[in-house]
Ligand binder design. Structure first.
Ligand SMILES: [Fe+2]
Length: 223
């Protein structure tokens, strides 16, 4: 096996994720919650750095990658919950951005937040009536931290584990910025961000040629 490939889930975990995914697909928000609570405990999702490649003004789209996009197809689904881990949040704004399978973003200008042309592998969406989201994309590649990033100079050249960035916002809750990582990635342990957040590491199930992941966000109440 390619040592850089993120392994598929083990059998028991795959089944658990499959059942959770099925519950989400069937609209079973109440079914999804107990499994969430049982596997991860109930607390707000750990935040993470925004990173240098965030950009404002991305288009509303949940399909980040078309069929021509190189890489392994990936579908990530889940629910945005309030801090009790059981009240879904419809209409939460979910922003997502990531590198392509070769580890490249659509901009080579870190920190150029307002550039608004040629958005690629980025999008935003609102959660549905059950607080659910679904994105279609490809498994992102790893990339080295570029040199001369203000505040991150000491990490220059270090390889980041594969990840997808999210920002999740809802009017009565504290906005969340986080990164989602993938179990089995050998670069997680030494990463100064991923290594401290095991709850933000998910297993990707293999489903034919697809990879599937499930992740539920929990937002702290704003008052
Ligand atoms: Fe990143």
């Amino acid at each position: 096996m390619d040592k850089h490939r993120i392994p598929a889930a083990g059998r028991s975990i795959s089944r658990r994720l499959f059942l959770r995914d099925s519950a989400v697909v069937l609209g079973g928000g109440l079914l999804a919650h107990p499994l969430f609570a049982a596997t991860q405990g109930c607390r707000p999702t750990d935040g993470d750095i925004l990173g240098p490649y965030y950009r404002f003004g991305v288009p509303f789209q949940a399909r980040l990658a078309g069929p021509e996009e190189p890489g392994e197809r990936l579908i990530v689904t889940g629910t945005v919950f309030s801090e009790d881990c059981k009240t879904p949040l419809p209409g939460a704004l979910v922003e997502v951005w990531q590198a392509n399978s070769a580890g490249l973003y659509d901009t080579e200008k870190p920190g150029n937040f307002t550039e608004n042309e040629r958005f690629h592998l980025r999008g935003m969406l609102y959660t549905d009536e059950q607080g659910r989201y679904r994105i279609e994309t490809v498994v992102p590649g790893r990339y080295p931290i570029p040199p001369n990033l203000p505040g991150l100079e000491k990490y220059a050249g270090m390889t980041r584990p594969a990840h997808i960035h999210f920002r999740v916002m809802e009017s009565l809750h504290v906005p969340l910025t986080m990164q989602l990582y993938f179990k089995g990635d050998p670069f997680i342990a030494k990463d100064p961000w991923a290594g401290e957040k095991p709850s933000n590491v998910i297993t990707l199930e293999q489903d034919g040629k697809l990879r599937r992941g499930v992740y539920d966000f929990v937002l702290a109440r704003g008052f």
